[in-house]
Design a protein around this ligand. Structure first.
Ligand SMILES: [Zn+2]
Ligand SMILES: [Zn+2]
Length: 170
């Protein structure tokens, strides 16, 4: 079965579509395509389209403290209802917010599976990823990775209260 990244809504058969495959998706960097293993089920109800499934990949994510890149496995599930964009204006926004469903919109009879996968995976990437919860980061003075040991810089700022204690001890 040939997989098209663009689903043509009017061509979705009554019994739906189901795919399991690897697709290359540019996630964090347009120049790098990550292979994403995708399982997806597509069902059409009138002009509504239900897309559900899961996606797995491994990203190289830079630690927000030490900037070292490490593999970050992603394994997400999604369950999204697509409605035609034009119909949106007819829906009470209040009603829309009350529902727990993920709602998305399509226009021109097309749904981009690549966009969907990309969006869902990026939502799962933490804003400030860490290589480990106790990562020490890099020294702001010399740039040494403090996880490999302390540097020679005298950057430690002495708490004024501790400074007083030190004086008292003398
Ligand atoms: Zn780190
Ligand atoms: Zn340093």
């Amino acid at each position: 079965m040939v997989f098209d990244m663009q689903i043509i809504v009017s061509e979705i058969p009554d019994n739906g579509l189901e795919y399991e495959l690897d697709i290359p998706v540019a996630l964090l960097n347009e120049a790098v395509r990550n292979t994403v293993h995708v399982y997806i089920e597509i069902q059409k109800f009138g002009d509504k389209v239900l897309v559900k499934g899961n996606a797995k990949t491994k990203l190289q994510v830079a630690c927000s403290r030490c900037l070292k890149e490490s593999p970050y496995p992603l394994d997400i599930s999604f369950d999204i209802e697509y409605i035609p964009l034009a119909e949106f204006s007819d829906i009470d926004e209040h009603e829309l917010r009350k529902t727990e469903l993920d709602i998305s919109f399509y226009k021109d009879d097309e749904i981009s599976i690549e966009e969907l996968i990309k969006e869902q995976l990026l939502l799962a990437v933490p804003m400030k990823p860490l290589c480990s919860p106790d990562c020490k980061g890099i020294c702001p003075e010399c740039g040494k990775d403090l996880n490999d040991g302390a540097c020679e810089c005298k950057t430690e700022k002495i708490d004024p209260r501790l400074a007083v204690l030190k004086k008292l001890k003398k």
